[in-house]
Ligand binder design. Structure first.
Ligand code: ADP
Ligand code: ADP
Length: 223
């Protein structure tokens, strides 16, 4: 991102959600984004995740300028190149784990058997090979978040974005999810985690702090 600004107009007022953010995230980084409520984290995530475009400035993902894309092209980049993990899992309640993970591939051009094979692989990768036929209400919170992670990685996204991924989990289960992120990172996955929790940020080598729509600090620590 170079000079990324985002304005929201609310009636007569203009809200400066981001005020010129420069941020370069390399392949295979594991980055925590922290900051107080209202500082611009969600706005930053929405732009990183191609859910929204900046008002001004540049955003390149995979070397491709996405700041200028149409909504349709943006949706395609988002669907193919970004994986999302949320605090509340956001699984389809009536569908099995397998169906939940197959879903993002519906428009991918992959055949039904390819979709199934990839979904099975992703579920095995997160340790749920024996839960594929279960629905979310038959699983624990940690298992549900694993399904969500399998869904997020099934298309091998350039960027995995996680918004408070352990916010609804107890400490032990949260640790297991962070261990899984660490494993995926070791295998080369680029991951950005938004979190309020210092314990979560401490698991990331790089911590970017946002305040008042600006990058307040950007620190790398030795692992
Ligand atoms: P969090 O603090 O968990 O990041 P927020 O409460 O800031 O969540 O935002 C929740 C959602 O509401 C986001 O999608 C955000 O874009 C939207 N939102 C936040 N503030 C406003 C606002 N003033 N007007 C309209 N939508 C807003
Ligand atoms: P955070 O995620 O750090 O809580 P946000 O990105 O949600 O911060 O919000 C940054 C600022 O932009 C806040 O002042 C918020 O009220 C405002 N904002 C966020 N989304 C919207 C929106 N859709 N419409 C209007 N204002 C918004």
């Amino acid at each position: 991102m170079q000079g990324v600004a985002k304005l929201y107009r609310v009636g007569e007022e203009t809200v400066h959600a981001l005020r010129g953010v420069d941020l370069a995230i390399g392949a295979n980084e594991l980055v925590a984004v922290m900051g107080p409520s209202g500082s611009g984290k969600s706005t930053l995530m929405n732009i990183l995740g191609c859910l929204d475009v900046p008002t001004s400035g540049r955003y390149r993902l995979d070397g491709r300028d996405v700041a200028a894309l149409s909504q349709a092209d943006l949706a395609q980049v988002r669907g193919r190149r970004i994986g999302f993990v949320f605090q509340t899992f956001e699984l389809l309640a009536r569908q099995t784990a397998l169906r939940n993970v197959e879903l993002p591939m519906i428009y991918s051009g992959a055949s039904a058997s390819q979709r199934k094979r990839r979904a099975v692989e992703a579920l095995e990768r997160v340790g749920l090979g024996d839960r594929m036929g279960h629905r979310p209400n038959q699983m624990s919170g940690g298992q549900r978040q694993r399904v969500a992670i399998a869904r997020a990685i099934v298309q091998r996204p350039a960027l995995l974005l996680a918004d408070e991924p352990t916010g609804n989990l107890d400490t032990q289960t949260g640790e297991e999810i962070l261990d899984l992120f660490a494993d995926l990172h070791r295998e080369g996955q680029t991951i950005v985690v938004v979190t309020h929790e210092p314990d979560v940020a401490a698991r990331c080598r790089r911590i970017v702090r946002i305040r008042d729509g600006r990058v307040e600090s950007d620190e790398c620590r030795e692992p």
